[in-house]
Design a protein around this ligand. Sequence first.
Ligand SMILES: Cc1ncc(COP(=O)(O)OP(=O)(O)O)c(N)n1
Ligand SMILES: Cc1ncsc1CCOP(=O)(O)O
Ligand SMILES: [Mg+2]
Length: 208
Amino acid sequence: MPSLGRLHLITDTRPGRDPLAVLRAVLPVAHAELVVQVRVEDTATDRQAYDLTRRVVGLCAPYQVTCLVNDRLHVALAAGAAGGHVGADDLPVVAARQVLGPAAVLGATAREPGTAVAAVHAGASYLGVGPCHATTTKDGLPPAIGAAGVRAVVEAVGVPVIAIGGVTAQRVPALRAAGAYGVAVVGALSDVADPARVAAELIRGLSC
Ligand SMILES: Cc1ncc(COP(=O)(O)OP(=O)(O)O)c(N)n1
Ligand SMILES: Cc1ncsc1CCOP(=O)(O)O
Ligand SMILES: [Mg+2]
């Protein structure tokens, strides 16, 4: 299993966004500290998800950056990604592990220690924990758990915890102090004029 990067860039495929331009800007700054998670809208076709993943895998390869696919594990396998990420509405973690095989990176979403421990027992190699802060990127999420909620999960499991939801460079130190191994972001890198500069700030915070 490849060692896990600390900065997880989740593709923003909402209308008007250019996830590949963001990725091209961030890759030379972040190198192997980066993990890219291809996340497409539910309305996207598998072909669109596959095409985007192939392009991301191709861009990541020279930098030894890990590419994962959200939800659609068949796309991950077909496109040569290193693994995937599943949550409550996706394949159960144990089934996802069966699909991906023992060597793949498999992330699972958790927001409290009980679900987190169960996901690790079922085969998750890291946990996406949140939302830690309010976000406008995804609708219908439960209330934010804050750094204290992240700490509760960290104390319950032995796998890397990736904090997600409203993460900014300013919020990284508190999340790291709570024990988060890394962070996952959409808007922090997609909604800014200079994603390379923000990626450098995020990585500085993650390195402390
Ligand atoms: C790193 C990381 N953490 C959490 C999520 C959320 O996954 P999920 O709960 O399945 O929600 P969707 O992203 O599928 O809408 C994630 N994708 N990545
Ligand atoms: C997919 C997802 N799951 C929990 S928060 C979130 C979106 C995070 O986006 P942002 O980094 O813009 O808050
Ligand atoms: Mg999901």
